[in-house]
Design a protein around this ligand. Structure first.
Ligand code: MTE
Ligand code: HPA
Ligand code: MOS
Length: 775
């Protein structure tokens, strides 16, 4: 029986729909006397706190206490910054609009909110930096810029050159379950937490720092998350710290759960970017050089902006060999939420720029964009601009050609031309774009994982690992991996919630490497257990150790029917006083990277894929419909095909949302205007392409990765760049081709104006209206 590779439903799928699958806040009822927390929020984007008097809150009914800087215990530090300590819990200088300056704890959430309104704070408003342009003008950056270079870039030496700007919007993670933590003092005086966090070990670290207690005093558990998408990689910590601080002060359990509006105005998003680029190319469209400055709007604190900027720079080539490349990355310090991880982690921003450039090259030379793209693909033996050989470069072209064929690209192109010739105000476009995404944390030390596997005397198994479940199906994959490794039915195995007291010092579940890392650690633990059990089984079966194999809940003599129940072997091992639990450990081999030189092999391997998108635009409204999408994704040998399919569908749609719908608007005061689902347009069922053909590459075994699989969590998001490129083509069709400049996201409004710009003058609707009004 094979467990790995089986198309199983998500292990909690049933619970997700029945409500049996519990999330952090569902545990509320288990904590009688729990206190609720509400922040006192500053009404300025940048201000000095002149005075703060929390005492009036105590007179509000139901209020139990307040939390201010005075409540940081002896030895504790009131700061939750994950890298740089630049995130004071109780700031004396407000650095973004609505930043909490104090908290109120009460018997009910409403009482806490009413108490917070009574807290008296006086501020001296200061000028705020609210855009990347403001930051450039005032020199407001978190760090000196990063630089990465190959060769000397002199665009003027190329036969052709172009230059341009691209503004790229941010994105709200909009996980269904908002940030949440519950903290209490356990029976032995330690601090325990349930936290919706992608990184329980870091949540433990931050709570330990804030309370000034060693880490062994803190235990963090994450049952599962109702989505995270990077938004809980570092940004779950603050809420956990407030809950822990409240519990330590009051000795009562404390719950911090952000309602949607607070979650949106207080937590970081995908980084908005500004790219200023120039590119040199020859008459065939071959890239000769690219010079690009990337500016990220990092917000008020550093958070993960540095590795995000590195990843943007690592992906500024996408699938293309650029002989000379010169990249500079700036992290603008603005008075906004602290932008953070979001599926793709800077990769999408880097990639969308090079794809924009390639399309401009094609339009400049009047060549088909898919021809120009293909000509520039990496060839076997070539290396990236940071010196990593592109192993399996052949897969890029193989996937591309297969998908062009399978999607009937050429014939549809012709049909689209006919459609466009026949329709003045509706136009269609089609585009194909590739993805090459580097797999591994670029911070090399994060590429390690542990597991703890326990076998009980009845042969049933508990698996603990350091990864967290956020809906991506990690636990389904781990279940399959453990079942396969021990030759047990799925029902014999139970995956335990992630706890820092089972596996210590874990990495965030991020960088799409959750199953690569934790899966390999589980395999290692199971291998050790099998090694313990093999001699026991061999003696029970009276065979050579080499002939022992584990399958179907039994232990067999290879290629025979002679077998014994797994549980029997376990009991025999117990009687022989052998350990029936093992830890597993894995660290990714061969990776290294030197940020000082910008060179190395940061990624263990690349995940590849391509997508074809066809869209139709309405020239009157700028409205877009995605008509059809075809995807071919390289997931190696899929660990769990239904889970992977869900990741590809969801990732693609989330990418399409970022590129076409989701627009964050901060007002002139630096207040987030789009702070709810009514003002922030998300993709949903209605945006699902009516024809959505997804395939995974066959015979794609990835050597050296758990069961030959490849990471799948993030790469498909960037396949949605095909939608943006198809939209640009459709816009061009309103005129006579040519370069289409349009910022991300291409909302209906932006599309409308881009169409206006592209249309021949006599067909411009806006111009006609103005003229009509003047008559
Ligand atoms: N899928 C779901 N359903 N929910 C999520 O929050 N996060 C994504 C991706 N897929 C996410 C998801 C992100 S940002 C990452 S890095 C990976 O899942 C993390 O999980 P993995 O490493 O196990 O793939
Ligand atoms: N990806 C996601 N999260 C991370 C990374 C990365 O490369 N590095 C540090 N945190
Ligand atoms: Mo994903 S952005 O690496 O959590």
């Amino acid at each position: 029986m094979k467990a790995v590779g089986q198309p199983l439903p998500h292990e909690s799928a049933r619970g997700h729909v029945t409500g049996d699958a519990l999330y952090t806040d569902d545990l509320l009822l288990r904590f009688p006397g729990i206190l609720h927390a509400w922040p006192v929020m500053a009404p300025h984007a940048h201000a000095e706190v002149l005075s703060l008097d929390a005492a009036p809150a105590l007179s509000a009914p139901g209020v139990v206490t307040t939390l201010t800087a005075a409540d940081i215990p002896e030895g504790g530090e009131g700061d939750t910054g994950p890298n740089r300590h630049d995130e004071p819990l109780f700031p004396s200088e407000v650095l973004f609009h609505s930043q909490p300056v104090a908290w109120v704890l009460a018997e009910t959430l409403d009482a806490a909110r009413q108490g917070a309104e009574r807290v008296r704070v006086t501020y001296r408003p200061l000028p705020a930096v609210l855009t990347i342009e403001d930051a450039i003008a005032t020199g407001s950056f978190h760090s000196p810029p990063f630089h990465m270079q190959r060769g000397d870039v002199d665009v003027a030496l190329s036969p052709h050159s172009l230059r341009g700007d691209l503004r790229i919007g941010g994105q709200e993670q909009f996980y269904l379950e908002t940030q949440c933590a519950i903290a209490w003092l356990d029976e032995t005086g330690g601090v325990a937490l349930h936290s919706s966090t992608q990184h329980p070990s870091e949540t433990q670290e931050i709570v330990s720092r804030v309370l000034g207690r060693p880490r062994h005093q803190i235990a963090v558990e994450c049952l599962r998350m109702g989505g995270a998408f990077g938004g809980k990689e570092t940004q779950a910590n603050t809420w956990a710290a407030i809950a822990a601080l409240g519990a330590a002060k009051t000795r009562r359990p404390v719950r911090v759960r952000l309602p949607r509006r607070l979650d949106m105005i207080l937590t970081g998003k995908r980084h908005p970017f500004l790219a200023k680029f120039e590119a040199g190319f020859d008459g065939d469209g071959l890239l000769q050089s690219v010079k690009c400055s990337l500016y990220a709007d990092a917000g008020w604190s550093l958070d993960l902006s540095a590795p995000i900027m590195w990843r943007a720079m690592f992906h500024s080539d996408n699938c293309y060999f650029v002989p000379a490349m010169d990249l500079t990355g700036y992290m603008a310090k603005t008075h906004k939420t602290s932008q953070t991880a979001f599926r793709g982690f800077g990769g999408p921003q880097g990639m969308v720029v090079i794809e924009d450039i390639l399309d401009r090259i094609a339009r400049t030379l009047d060549l088909a964009p898919e021809i120009v793209r293909r000509r520039n693909f990496y060839q076997e033996g070539q290396s990236t601009h940071y010196g990593q050989p592109v192993k399996d470069a052949g897969r890029i072209t193989a996937i591309w050609d297969d998908l062009l064929d399978a999607s009937d690209f050429a014939a549809r192109r012709t049909a689209i031309s006919d459609f466009n010739a026949a329709n003045k105000h509706r136009k269609r476009g089609i585009a194909i774009t590739p993805v090459k995404f580097g797999i591994s944390f670029t911070a090399t030390a994060f590429n390690q994982a542990g597991a703890l596997v326990l076998i009980y005397r009845d042969g049933s198994v508990q698996v603990n690992h350091g990864g967290t479940e956020m809906g991506q199906g990690l636990n389904t994959k781990i279940l399959q991996i453990a079942a396969q490794s021990l030759g047990l039915p799925l029902s014999a195995i139970r995956i335990m919630p992630t706890r820092t007291n089972k596996v210590p010092n874990t990495s965030a579940t991020a960088a799409s490497s959750g199953s690569d890392l934790n899966g390999a650690a589980v395999v290692d633990a199971c291998r050790k257990l099998r090694n313990t059990l093999i001699p026991v089984a061999a003696s029970l079966l009276d065979c050579d150790a080499d002939a022992v194999c584990f399958d179907d809940g039994r232990v067999y003599v290879e290629r025979t029917e002679r077998s014994v129940q797994f549980a029997k072997v376990i009991e025999a091992a117990y009687q022989q006083r052998l350990p029936l639990f093992a830890h597993g450990y894995y660290r990714t081999p061969e990776i290294h990277y030197n940020p000082a030189t910008g060179q190395g092999r940061p990624f263990y391997y690349f995940a590849y894929g391509s997508a074809v998108a066809e869209v139709e635009l309405d020239g009157f409204t700028g409205d877009t419909q995605i008509l059809r999408v075809d995807i071919l994704e390289d997931v190696g040998d899929s660990l769990s095909p239904i889970v992977d399919l869900g990741q590809i569908e969801g990732g693609f749609l989330q990418g399409a949302g970022w590129l076409t719908l989701e627009e964050l608007v901060w007002d002139k005061q630096g207040k987030l205007a789009t702070n709810s689902a009514s003002t922030y347009k998300l993709p949903s069922w209605s945006e699902l392409p009516p024809a959505f053909h997804i395939r995974m590459m066959k015979r794609a075994t990835e050597p050296g990765v758990v069961y030959g699989s490849k990471a799948v969590g993030e790469p498909p998001l960037m396949l949605a760049i095909s939608v943006r490129e198809a939209i640009r083509e459709a816009i061009a069709a309103f005129g006579s081709g040519g370069i289409v400049e349009i910022d991300v996201p291409s909302t209906p409004e932006r599309i409308f104006f881009a169409v206006e710009h592209a249309r021949p003058k006599r067909l411009s609707i806006a111009r006609a209206k103005v003229e009509a009004a003047q008559r």
